[in-house]
Ligand binder design. Structure first.
Ligand code: PEP
Ligand code: MG
Length: 586
């Protein structure tokens, strides 16, 4: 078979070569989760409730089918219902929860697997075919026990592979840490979707938005993923492989190409200094961050901490993590963003239905203000950790002054409690607003009065300003970071920060791309925060140009009327001012 080249959206740079492994969400493997003695009755009750719920669901389907198609077709569901009432199954699961002290879903999935195996070995063809029905029931019960996002079959896979999926949630992607994943390929998704951000921070090449890759790729197909160009090559010919092998070698050789400036400041030729910082998704990235020279953390996305678990992290647990991060980053500051639930960042442990937290709606700060219990626990942990190092805190998705005030009022309450309890924290902790909703940018002058700093989140700002989803591959070409409206919104925030003498950072993906970073430098941004692997390249850029040239570029860009014109201008300017930066291997 000839090689096939698919073009998607480049999401994380680098080249991966290896066999394909298609994740099929239909096959669920449940990771083990140990429970304590006192949780045994809770787990058994959860299991029984899930069975009841599943029975109700199946009875509902049975009724519908028999109304529409007659009793004959509905009979299959009677068999399903019988399985769910099987005393032996129920007793075995309950006993094993008690004995093995593992979660209901883990025990149930193991017991059920044995049932399914036994069915497969039956000589009767009819019964053999019923294995699929059994699996279907298991899936239903599991879905009632656990959020589907946390069920992964990857646990079984030992070889290195390129993961192919219709979609990957950020929690799926996070669960790939430490596994043998060489690359990610998905049918849906956009450049700034959290899956893409996660892949970048894991240093795993990714191409998203391929529309029908899962239909064209078969398991074990040899593949090449070119994360720079957004190409996926299925069953590559030898000459293609050779080209990519060489390319990989070149990238590898150029990895350390900016190492000589690692310890130098991010200072322009005419002496304007920018603070460079990194975004942190998972504490495991800290060793990589530390290899990028003296940088702090400009955005600690705490959502991932809440993912892939059934409960919420306690104050102690959060404190332990924040402290660990802050201690290992010392003397550099760590900016912790409070929980940003919603959109494509979904957290199963909150027991909040997914459709309640869409991109537009009850997400991020709005969710936290409505759930002060969750919010206060996190703030307490952040404040306590602030006694152990330099911590800044910021709220996501602030839309204006009243939300900022409400959040700060809760913060004050927590501070008061800590004072009463005589618990140390940094009384001068700086608290900032993320500027990622257009209304916040437009009212940035008033917001600046309530904030110690701003951090512009362009990933969201772009989608809300242009009405183009950040995870939607169909509209990827309309998601324009260089659109004049985005430039103006950024400028409003920068000017307001300047007027109020508060620093303005930018932590969206625009900070990590040389073409946009040059423009942002000229617009007067004080800090750029990005994925660790881009830090040295952006530092090289800053050290190669004059601030006054970047300012001229920004001025000219702000006078243009289309995103395309702005982008072309910035590209040309970058080529002219800092060609060395562009000779990148990836
Ligand atoms: C942003 O929106 O630009 C941002 C940095 O936040 P996140 O990507 O986590 O939504
Ligand atoms: Mg955001």
């Amino acid at each position: 078979m000839n090689e096939i080249v698919l073009k998607g959206i480049p999401a994380a740079p680098g080249i991966a070569m290896g066999p394909a492994y298609i994740v099929n969400k239909q096959e669920m493997v449940v990771p083990a989760r140990a429970i304590m003695e006192k949780e045994v009755p809770i787990e058994i009750a959860r299991f029984e409730e899930a069975l009841i719920k599943t029975r109700e669901q199946i009875a509902g389907i049975r009724k519908k089918i028999s109304e529409q198609m007659g009793g004959q077709d509905a009979q299959i569901f009677d068999a399903h219902l019988l399985v769910l009432e099987d005393r032996m199954l129920i007793e075995e699961v309950s006993k094993r929860i008690q004995r093995e002290k593992q979660s209901a879903e883990y025990i149930f999935s193991n017991v059920f697997k044995r049932y399914a195996e036994a069915f497969k070995n039956i000589q009767d063809d009819y019964l053999k075919e019923r294995t699929a029905d059994l699996k279907d029931i298991a899936r239903r019960v599991l879905r009632n026990l656990i959020d589907e996002d946390r069920l992964s079959e990857i646990d079984q896979f030992k070889e290195e592979f390129i993961l192919i999926a219709h979609d990957l949630s950020p929690s799926d992607t996070a669960s790939m840490v430490g596994r043998n994943v060489l690359g990610f390929v998905t049918d849906i998704g956009g450049r700034t979707s959290h899956t893409a951000i996660m892949a970048k921070s894991l240093g795993i090449p990714a191409v998203v938005g391929l529309k029908d890759a899962t239909m064209r790729i078969s398991n074990q197909d040899e593949m090449i993923v070119d994360g720079r160009m957004g190409l996926v090559i299925i069953r590559p010919e030898e000459k293609t492989r050779e080209i990519y092998r060489k390319e990989k070698g070149r990238i590898f050789a150029s990895r350390g190409r900016f190492a000589d400036i690692k310890d130098l400041p991010a200072e322009t030729l005419d002496k304007r200094t920018i603070t460079l910082a990194t975004n942190l998704e998972l504490p495991g990235e800290i060793p990589l961050i530390k290899r990028q020279g003296p940088v702090g953390i400009g955005l600690f996305r705490t959502e991932y901490f809440y993912m892939n678990r059934v409960d919420l992290p306690s104050e102690e647990e959060q404190l332990e993590t924040y402290q660990r991060v802050v201690r290992s980053m010392a003397p550099h500051p760590v900016t912790i963003r409070t929980l940003d639930l919603g959109g494509d960042k979904f957290i199963s442990s909150l027991q909040v239905p997914r459709d309640m937290v869409p991109f537009l709606g009850w997400r991020a700060i709005k969710f936290c203000l409505a759930r002060p219990d969750i919010f206060k626990t996190q703030i307490r942990a952040i404040l306590k950790a602030s006694a152990h190092g330099k911590i800044k805190m910021m709220y996501p998705m602030i839309s204006g002054v009243s939300e900022m005030r409400q959040a700060n009022a809760i913060l004050e309450e927590v501070k008061m409690q800590l004072r009463e309890e005589k618990i140390a924290f940094d009384e001068n902790i700086q608290v900032g607003a993320m500027i990622e909703v257009p209304s916040a940018a437009v009212t940035a002058d008033s917001l600046a009065q309530e904030s110690d700093f701003f951090s512009i989140g362009t990933n969201d700002l772009i989608q809300y300003a242009l009405a183009v989803g950040r995870v939607n591959e169909q509209t990827a070409s309309f998601y324009e970071p260089f659109h004049p409206s985005i430039l103006r919104l950024i400028k409003m925030a920068v000017d307001a920060g300047y007027q109020a003498h508060i620093p303005v950072s930018l932590c969206g993906e625009m900070a990590s791309e040389p073409v946009s970073a040059l423009l942002l430098l000229g617009m007067g941004i004080d800090e750029l925060s990005m994925t660790p692997l881009n830090v040295l390249q952006i530092k090289k850029l800053i050290r190669s140009v004059r601030f006054t040239d970047a300012q001229k570029l920004a001025q000219e860009a702000l006078s243009l009327s289309t995103g395309q014109d702005v982008e072309e201008l910035c590209k040309a300017k970058l080529q002219e001012l800092a060609p060395a930066v562009l000779k990148s291997g990836d």
